[in-house]
Design a protein around this ligand. Structure first.
Ligand SMILES: *Cc1c(COP(=O)(O)O)cnc(C)c1O
Length: 379
């Protein structure tokens, strides 16, 4: 009755597109947050089959889930619990983002106790003001890393940072600070094989900052990181199509109030179609009045209040029947409303739209032109 159709072939094509955009760099496919709502295991398996160089996640638990699914690709995890002990991460050979001295200490302790060498990427805050060690603290962290490397506890695989993409000027300042951080490391003899800075936005905007690897998330899912550019502008194909089947169609007279609060009243005798998707599925209540959906080649405004489980569209005398497919958003090249349009109606960004899709939606997958269930695509 409700389905998210995920086109893995589109994700593979978007990965190729990123290789074209950054031809001399490795690509880290970011699959955090359930692959932005697309389903982490099926997406990661396909990316691994396509030969993606790295997979990126926020939490160590996400990385461990990937390993448990049999994925052997290098994995980087960068957002850790305040007291994370890192044992499981070291055992599973996860590359660990290190943003502070206390994290480095705990990684070294785990490696020491296990008799293993941990792979770390030092995360530098070059101006996003979020995760990462400040430039002021970087020197002491680098010195500790040199000592830990000499003791065989860790290997510094990477140094990385993340742009704010506030303005070109701000980003160029961050790139300059990243260069300073690399120089500080080099001065201590640390020359990591993977220097990486850009996410989708920076990868598309700053070829000079691709370094050894780019970390791309939203672009892999076929969405533009910029609200003033579309997927098509970058040759990307949206991978998620959110659909539902009409559950009921009924005739009502003029003047009928529809859904909570009667935000919508019928202007004349008409037909109302009931769609079984609501904010429990992540379809934003705030998009009431702005969202449009597609039914058999036509667009209809979602004028009445989006509820927890359902919303209603006024389909007039269009031939809409129970069982017909409603597309909530998908690839605009196929005539569907885009995730960007829905985001605009809900005062948010396309990232949030795809990532929040869940609830009672079932996911299915297209791969090699064939349809698979989530269980089949995860196997
Ligand atoms: C989420 C994330 C990315 C990917 O960002 P996109 O804009 O989706 O490409 C890259 N790096 C870090 C550190 C992130 O947190």
């Amino acid at each position: 009755m409700r389905e998210l159709v995920i086109d893995l072939d589109a994700i593979a094509a978007n990965l190729n597109r990123m290789h074209q955009v950054a031809p001399n760099s490795k690509v880290c496919g970011v699959v955090k947050a359930n692959a932005y709502g697309h389903g982490m295991i099926p997406v990661a398996k396909r990316l691994a089959a396509e030969g993606v160089d790295y997979l990126g996640v926020a939490d160590l638990d996400e990385a461990l889930e990937l390993r448990a699914a049999g994925i052997a690709t290098p994995i980087l995890a960068w957002l850790h619990d305040w007291a994370e002990d890192f044992h499981s991460g070291v055992v599973a050979n996860i590359d660990l983002g290190v943003s502070s001295m206390s994290q480095l200490d705990r990684v070294c302790l785990a490696a020491d106790e296990l008799g293993l060498c941990a792979r770390i990427h030092i995360k530098v805050d070059t101006g996003l003001g979020r995760n990462g060690v400040t430039l002021e603290q970087l020197g002491s962290l680098l010195e500790a890393a040199v000592a830990a490397e000499a003791a065989g506890q860790i290997r510094v695989i990477g140094i990385f940072s993340h742009l704010s993409c506030t303005s070109r000027e701000d980003d160029l300042a961050q790139i300059a600070r990243f260069e300073q951080a690399l120089a500080a490391a080099a001065a201590l003899g640390i020359r990591p094989e993977l220097r990486h800075l850009t996410a989708s936005d920076g990868t598309l905007s700053y070829p000079q900052a691709h370094y050894d690897m780019v970390r791309v998330g939203v672009a892999l899912y076929g969405l533009s990181p910029y609200s003033d550019h579309s997927s098509q502008d970058y040759g990307l194909t949206p991978a998620m199509t959110a659909t539902a089947k009409v559950v009921q169609v009924k005739e009502v007279p003029a003047g009928e109030g529809v859904s909570y609060g009667y935000l919508y009243r019928t202007a004349q005798q008409t037909k109302l179609a009931l769609v079984p998707v609501g904010y429990a599925e992540g379809f934003p209540r705030l998009a009431t009045g702005g969202a449009e959906v597609w039914v058999s080649g036509q667009r209809f405004k979602v004028a009445s209040r989006i509820a927890m489980d359902q919303f209603v569209i006024d389909v007039g005398d269009s031939p809409v029947n129970p069982g017909q497919t409603v597309v909530l958003f998908g690839d605009p090249a196929l005539g569907y409303p885009s995730a960007d349009q829905l985001a605009q109606a809900a005062q948010t960004i396309n990232y949030e739209i795809v990532t929040r899709m869940g609830g009672r939606f079932e996911r299915s997958y297209i791969s090699g032109g064939h349809r698979f269930t989530a269980a089949e695509a995860s196997a």
